[in-house]
Design a protein around this ligand. Structure first.
Ligand SMILES: Nc1nc2c(c(=O)[nH]1)N[C@H]1C(S)=C(S)[C@@H](COP(=O)(O)O)O[C@H]1N2
Ligand SMILES: [Mo]
Length: 260
């Protein structure tokens, strides 16, 4: 990514408040993942050589384990295993909104002026218009969206399969990461095997309608194999790279792989 994120229109106070709101959550999620992985806090104390009441040291320890967890999750990932799908009758309308700010601060994107910029290890980096994206064959998936905050819903998303798109632009499919930049300054990145998963799409539609403004119009990522925060909305740029790109929440301590 060459340009810095353009998030200036969002009030800093709100962003800081949302950050501190999530501080405890980050530790909690990492702790739950740890426990699911068979660790106890006692084992963590031994592993990190720190008292679990010492918060800084716990955070450092959790981050080290989180990085280790990324590698284990990546190794365990099964590229062709499909996530559960559901019926049209189960689709939640409208979908549930979330972002690092409130829905009242969403700034709609002008689809006619919008361009999808491409960067990095891609053969043809020409920007795409929405018309061109819409001309690609689309597929529809009904699967579950799971937010790290502890809520979920069944949604129906449609748009071009992401593997098909990556092949079309001549992306290096052996690269490690696909990174995203969004109109609201949000950034994110996923591993290439998850990008190539059959249920990962560039979504332009929700429940048989064009995706509504708060949910990422004109283009968002939807994947069945990642937590909600790994599904960037209002995408403006995609980069294929071998350098770890991080992301908005990843840089604030969320486990990077965050697979489902
Ligand atoms: N651009 C952008 N994308 C984003 C976010 C955001 O703040 N900005 N939040 C993420 C989080 S945490 C979640 S849970 C989902 C919410 O998607 P939804 O509003 O369609 O349910 O969007 C993800 N993508
Ligand atoms: Mo989320």
């Amino acid at each position: 990514m060459t340009k810095p994120p353009s998030a200036s229109r969002f009030r800093p106070a709100r962003r800081l408040a949302s950050l501190s709101d999530h501080g405890g959550l980050v530790a909690e999620i990492d702790r739950r993942r740890l426990l699911r992985g068979g660790f106890s806090l006692g084992a963590l104390a031994m592993l990190t050589g720190c008292d679990v009441t010492d918060n800084d040291a716990v955070q450092r320890g959790l981050r080290a384990v989180s990085r280790w967890n990324d590698r284990v999750q990546a190794a365990l990932f099964r590229p062709d295993k499909l996530a559960p799908t559901y019926d049209r009758a189960q689709v939640v309308k409208p979908p549930r909104f979330n972002a690092y700010y409130g829905i009242e601060d969403v700034e709609p994107v002008d689809g006619a002026a919008w361009r999808l910029e491409l960067a990095g290890l891609i053969g043809d980096r020409r920007p795409w218009t929405l018309r061109e994206i819409n001309a690609l064959p689309a597929q529809t998936w009904i699967y579950r969206h799971v937010c790290v905050e502890g809520w979920d819903y069944i949604g129906q998303w449609s748009g071009p399969n992401f593997r098909l798109f990556l092949e079309r632009i001549g992306a290096d499919l052996t690269a490690k990461y696909v990174a995203f930049r969004c109109a609201d300054g949000y950034t994110g990145s996923i591993d290439m095997p998850s990008a190539l998963h059959p249920q990962t799409i560039l979504a332009t539609g929700y429940a048989d309608e064009p995706i509504a403004d708060p949910f990422g119009y004109p283009l968002r990522l939807r994947t069945a194999v990642k937590l909600g925060f790994k599904n960037p909305k209002w995408i403006t740029a995609i980069e294929v790279t071998n350098s770890y790109p991080g992301g908005y929440w990843e840089d604030r301590g969320f486990n990077w792989f965050s697979g489902l």
